[in-house]
Design a protein around this ligand. Structure first.
Ligand code: FE2
Ligand code: FE2
Length: 269
C-alpha cells in the first residue's frame, strides 16, 4: 500500500545568469529566468500541493552563452545560485538531476554542499511507501548521455534491496528513440542496457525524463516512459528551419494513489 500524494517534475530550466538563450537559427532571445518564475508561481497554486519536486536536469546552461569554449566550474556558480533563488519559491522540497548542460562540481557545491565536489549525482529516496531513483546520465563534453558501470552496479543493488516498493526512475536522457531524427542523435547511448536492467525489476514500471523539451509517452513492455516539456523553449515536433519554439513553459504533475499514477502536463500561457 502507498499513500496518496502528488509530486511535480520540472525540467530543462536552462538558467544562465546574466544572459538569455539565443535560439539557434533565430534572432529570438529567451529569458529562462522569467519562464521558470512563471512555472514556480503556477506550482504554488496547485491544490493539493506537491509533496516534492524533481528537477530533471539541464538545470543551468551558461555554456550556451559561450559555445566557443569549455567553461570552468566556477563559471556555473552564479547560474546555480540564480536557480536556487527562483526555486526557493517552491512550496515543497526538491530533488535534482544532472543534464548534459550541467557541471557536476558546481551542481554539488550549490545543491548538495554536504557532498564531495566530484560525488556522483545518482541516488534513491522514498516517499509514501514508494521508491524513487534519480540517475545521472551526464557525460562531460557530450550532448548525448551515458550511465557508467559503477552506476549500473549501484542501481542493481538499490533495486534488488527494494523489490516490494513500486518504483519510479528519473533520468535526463531518453533511453529509446522518440522518432525525432535530430533529438534521437542525443539519446542515452546505453539505453538498451538500462532497459534490460529495469526489465529484471518488475517493481519499476515508470521512467520520467527531460532533455527532449517536449511531452511524450513511450511504452515498451511493462515500462512506460513519460517525458516532460521544458520550463523554457520547446522542441518543434514538426520539422522546419528551426529545432525549437519559444515556449510555452511547462511542467508535469503526477498524482500517486495506492501505487497507481495519473499524470498531466501544465503549460503556462
Ligand atoms: Fe535541455
Ligand atoms: Fe538535455
Amino acid at each position: 500500500m502507498t499513500d496518496h500524494f502528488r509530486f511535480v517534475h520540472i525540467t530543462d530550466t536552462h538558467i544562465m545568469a546574466g544572459g538569455a538563450w539565443r535560439m539557434r537559427g533565430t534572432d529570438v532571445d529567451f529569458d529562462t529566468d522569467a519562464s521558470l518564475r512563471r512555472v514556480v508561481d503556477t506550482v504554488r497554486r496547485l491544490d493539493p500541493a506537491p509533496a516534492f519536486a524533481v528537477l530533471g536536469g539541464d538545470l543551468t546552461s551558461p555554456d550556451l552563452l559561450h559555445r566557443d569554449r569549455v567553461l570552468e566550474p566556477t563559471e556555473y556558480a552564479s547560474s546555480y545560485m540564480r536557480l536556487k533563488e527562483i526555486l526557493a519559491g517552491l512550496p515543497c522540497p526538491a530533488h535534482y538531476l544532472m543534464g548534459n548542460h550541467d557541471n557536476l562540481e558546481a551542481f554539488n557545491r550549490a545543491l548538495r554542499p554536504q557532498a564531495a565536489k566530484d560525488a556522483p549525482a545518482y541516488y534513491g529516496f522514498d516517499h509514501g511507501g514508494m521508491h524513487f531513483v534519480a540517475l545521472d546520465s551526464h557525460e562531460p563534453g557530450h550532448a548525448d548521455g551515458m550511465l557508467d558501470a559503477a552506476q549500473f552496479a549501484w542501481l542493481e543493488r538499490d533495486l534488488a534491496a527494494r523489490r516490494a516498493a513500486a518504483t519510479i526512475v528519473f533520468v535526463h536522457h531518453h533511453p529509446w528513440p522518440l522518432g525525432h531524427a535530430w533529438m534521437d542523435t542525443m539519446q542515452l547511448r546505453n539505453g538498451a542496457d538500462l532497459m534490460s536492467l529495469l526489465g529484471r525489476h518488475a517493481q519499476v514500471r515508470w521512467l520520467i525524463g527531460g532533455h527532449v523539451h517536449s511531452e511524450q509517452v513511450i511504452q515498451r513492455g511493462a515500462l512506460t516512459m513519460l517525458t516532460t516539456p521544458s520550463t523554457c523553449i520547446q522542441l518543434a515536433k514538426v520539422g522546419g528551419p528551426v529545432h525549437f519554439e519559444p515556449g510555452p513553459p511547462g511542467f508535469r504533475v503526477v498524482d500517486v494513489d495506492d501505487g497507481r499514477l495519473s499524470s498531466y502536463v501544465v503549460y503556462v500561457r
